[in-house]
Design a protein around this ligand. Structure first.
Ligand code: GLA
Length: 333
């Protein structure tokens, strides 16, 4: 009988650097102490999975050659897409439990892809795992997402956030100080499928057609973007890339007021220039910013709902999750 094994993949929260990854910009996410844990045994010719959180049973043959997007239940689409991406010829039977809500902007799907990839025997580098998982995400959803979620989950480092250059794909761990809390608060479910996410990707490409790669552009270049909407999108991306560097610097120097203000500015830019916030998210961000001890709050993730994230003095926010910087996806001994 084959051995029972376990893998764990964390969720992630992005501290700053939103909607910059798909133009090769900078992001500053952190793998968190919430995630997906998957217990399984290897089997011969199928993948059979149940979940402690969502109904249904995934049952697909391997090698998987069908259309991942048509697999039911819906969470099985990610499993099938990852199996197809890796071209696996042997299967597994397993059960997964997760404490990352789906549709919250904390990358539950990327965690599932990375956990399934490791369970199916993937043995490349974290970057290669992330790239396979990103391709699986595209196949499963049709949404042209960037590499941030999968790479922050595959390459997470305990105690650290990761500054990722999404062009060079270099990952640089940055220590998270232990005299602040990072608080995540779940506001409302959102879906990126059918959202304006793909429109934002296209709008950024339009801006790049005028001024070249946004990752290389300076604030002075923005006026040369002819379409007014694409110009606002470009203004967000160019400023947000700078904010990532500034945030990492202020955090390392212990300048939490300045770091918090950068998060507040980042949220305003998502709201005013990138149009990915909502009234509900804006109100939640303002409410948290008004609390004593909170240095700064912003919406995190793809937008249109999901979670907000704040940095604050320890214990300042009672009704959120204090999340800890955690290791990336791994087998549990
Ligand atoms: C989603 C995508 C990421 C990234 C963020 C926005 O989470 O999956 O690639 O684009 O939105 O920063």
């Amino acid at each position: 009988m084959s051995e029972t094994r376990r893998v764990h993949a964390p969720g992630r929260v992005n501290l700053i650097g939103e909607h910059t990854d798909y133009t090769g910009g900078l992001v500053f996410p952190m793998a968190i102490d919430r995630g997906t844990t998957f217990t399984y045994t290897a089997t011969a010719d199928s993948i059979e999975l149940t979940s402690g959180d969502v109904a249904g049973r995934v049952n697909i043959g391997v090698p998987f050659t069908g259309s991942a997007a048509n697999v039911n239940p819906e969470w099985g689409t990610y499993v099938a897409a990852m199996a197809a991406e890796l071209g696996v010829t042997t299967g597994l039977r397993g059960h997964l439990v997760s404490n990352i809500p789906a549709g919250a902007g904390l990358s539950s799907s990327a965690a599932l892809e990375c956990a399934v990839g490791l369970a199916l025997g993937f043995d490349g580098t974290p970057l290669e795992l992330a790239q396979a998982a990103q391709r699986a995400e595209h196949a499963a959803t049709g949404v042209p997402t960037g590499i941030m979620d999968q790479l922050s989950i595959a390459a997470g480092v305990a105690g650290h956030a990761t500054l990722i250059d999404c062009h060079s794909l270099e990952v640089t761990p940055h220590l998270i100080p232990d005299d602040i809390d990072i608080v995540v608060k779940f506001i409302v479910h959102r879906r990126l499928v059918g959202s304006a996410y793909a429109d934002r990707v296209a709008e950024c490409a339009r801006a790049e057609a005028d001024i070249g790669p946004l990752r290389l552009a300076s604030p002075d270049d923005i006026v040369r973007v002819t379409d007014p909407i694409a110009q606002r999108r470009a203004r967000h991306v160019v400023a947000e890339n700078l904010r990532v560097i500034q945030f990492a610097t202020e955090l390392a120097a212990g300048n939490y007021v300045a770091a918090g203000q950068i998060m507040v500015d980042g949220h305003a830019s998502l709201r005013d220039d990138f149009d990915t916030s909502t009234d509900e998210m804006d109100a939640a961000v303002s409410a948290l910013n008004a609390l004593p001890g909170v240095f700064g709050t912003r919406m995190t993730g793809g937008g249109f709902g999901g979670c907000i994230v704040a940095i604050c003095e320890p214990g300042s926010v009672a009704d959120g999750w204090v999340v800890k910087p955690s290791a990336g996806a791994h087998h549990i001994a």
